[in-house]
Design a protein around this ligand. Structure first.
Ligand code: ZN
Length: 65
């Protein structure tokens, strides 16, 4: 069963989701379907990815800082 993760575009705040296979790719850029802004998953103000269970998102934040 495919999991999805919700994002908010940091530019226009449009809310959408991405499938788990995309989230699993390190530093994978996502594109807002509304304003077409391209950004990294962890730039979403409401990133609710796998970080809470200790995983990818935490790892990405470390690389970022
Ligand atoms: Zn947007």
């Amino acid at each position: 069963m495919a999991k999805v993760y919700y994002l908010n575009c940091p530019k226009c705040e449009f809310r959408y989701y991405v499938g788990e296979p995309l989230v699993a790719i390190p530093n994978f850029p996502t594109q807002c379907p509304k304003c077409h802004h391209v950004f990294q998953l962890e730039e979403s103000p409401t990133w609710t990815g796998p970080g809470t269970s200790g995983g990818l998102a935490t790892d990405l934040r470390r690389k970022q800082s």
